[in-house]
Design a binder for this molecule. Structure first.
Ligand code: LLP
Length: 426
């Protein structure tokens, strides 16, 4: 997806320097063909390889009408977690039947919106939501297909801020017998709900399948217990997302099959052993689809050398368009896009323009001595950049462009000062 021609970094067959000139910076840029390749990997490792499966893109990673439409054409489902994400999907005409609604505190209004649009699955996160949903379905005269998100009580090997499966978690229904089984009973007995099965999501940016496999054992126990206690065989199982990607040289992502195959094999083995029908299996990859497909372009501004300490190279965005370094200590690689073939004989710290000392995008970047006006491309920024952007320091949210070969097209306009402040009453 990236290559250097002359001195210039290209994304597909498009010069990043030309993109910066045409659309301005800061700028989010996506390679459409990389997104499609990732989807093809999901097909090869999961949905085409195993019958009765689907993949729902966790659109929190990057949620825009453009992507919803692309995924719809590619046959994926969508996982949304808020009225806003659902609204985006609806605007894009995404079919309700292929939408799953996750989230640990869905409001009544959000649930009504989801039911009225006819979403395919609601992943119930807690016992209170179960009661609300049951009542709402009766009120609206509809039935909802539901899964239970469980808290499997497993640790995952990733940043503590993005582990989600451990027992002490705000996500999911705890496994305690006196909580889980009455909830299952209620879901089975309700004629307004169709109880499909279980869901977990154990964490993000994982490079090994251990947490998925540990959580699967918990889910398998529940599948069997549900049959033994209630004579009810669930039809669905969702293994969440969390599949790691390459941000820097230090990341060695596991191929998707490294997560999928052990889960599918164990599931088949368990079902055969206990005479259960193998359920329909789904997953929710987020960053896997868009993370490596995106880069961010900035223009270099102030360069400040602190003798004997470091050289700060400031760019025209920062934590307002990529909070991940500040929030998780996330690491990225970057290239001076207009001088991409020059020797990297300097080391600089790339900082943003926000009024925070933690607004450091890259603490130690090897590069040629930067100059004001250079274009800096930060790589693998396609997930959780635009979607976590803020207006901190009243910085407008950057534009988003998608590239296909030599063609580029704007898919999100740059926010103007007027749009940014439109709701503020003077
Ligand atoms: N399914 C559920 C229920 C989730 O909560 C998440 C992510 C996913 C799927 C997708 O995870 P992925 O495949 O993208 O790892 N802002 C953080 C990530 C938070 C993810 C929260 N849930 C980051 O920038 O690393």
């Amino acid at each position: 997806m990236l290559r250097v021609e002359g001195d210039v970094l290209y994304i597909e067959d498009t010069s990043t320097v030309d993109l910066a000139r045409e659309y301005g910076t800061p700028l989010y840029v996506y390679s459409e063909n990389t997104i499609k390749e990732k989807i093809a990997e999901i097909r090869a490792a999961f949905t085409s390889k195993y019958p009765d499966t689907h993949a729902a893109y966790a659109c929190k990673a990057f949620c825009t009408p453009y992507l919803c439409k692309l995924l719809e054409r590619e046959g994926l489902w969508l996982d949304v977690v808020s009225g806003g994400e659902l609204y985006t999907a609806i605007r894009a005409g995404f079919p309700g039947k292929r939408i799953e609604f996750n989230g640990n505190n869905k409001s009544r209004d959000e649930l009504v919106m989801a039911l009225e649009y006819g979403v395919g699955r609601i992943v119930v996160d807690n016992v209170a939501e179960l009661a609300t949903l049951d009542a709402l379905c009766r009120e609206l005269g509809v039935t909802a297909d539901i899964l239970f998100r469980i808290t499997p009580g497993v640790m995952s090997d990733t940043h503590a801020y993005i582990t989600t499966g451990k027992r002490d978690s705000k996500f999911g229904i705890p496994l305690d017998d006196n909580i889980m089984f009455p909830a299952i009973r209620r879901a089975i007995e309700s004629d307004a709900l169709r109880f499909l099965g279980f869901h977990f999501h154990v964490g993000s940016q994982l490079h090994a399948p251990d947490a998925h496999i540990a959580a699967l054992e918990v889910a398998l126990d529940l599948i069997k217990e549900t049959r033994d206690r209630f004579g009810y065989v669930v039809s669905d199982f969702n293994m969440g997302g969390g599949f790691g990607i390459r941000y820097t040289n230090q990341d060695h992502p596991l191929p998707l099959s490294g997560f999928v195959d052990p889960v599918m094999e164990r599931l088949a083995e368990f079902c055969a052993q206990h005479e259960l029908k193998v359920p329909h299996v789904s997953m929710e990859p987020g960053r896997f689809i868009v993370g490596e497909a995106g880069i961010q372009l900035y223009t270099v501004g102030a360069i400040k050398e602190i003798p004997g300490i470091r050289t700060y190279t400031a760019v025209d965005g920062g934590m307002s368009d990529n909070i991940r370094p500040g929030l998780y200590g996330a690491r990225y690689e970057a290239v001076i896009a207009n001088r991409a073939s020059e020797a990297k004989d300097h080391t600089v710290a790339v900082c943003g323009k926000c009024c925070e000392s933690t607004d450091i995008l890259i603490d130690s970047l090897p590069c040629p001595a930067p100059r004001e006006g250079d274009i800096l491309a930060v790589l693998s920024t396609g997930a959780y950049g635009y979607s976590m952007a803020s207006n901190y320091n009243k910085l407008p949210v950057p534009a988003v462009v998608v590239v296909n070969g030599k063609e580029s097209r704007l898919i999100v306009r740059r926010q103007s000062y007027e749009q940014m402040t439109i709701n503020e009453i003077v």
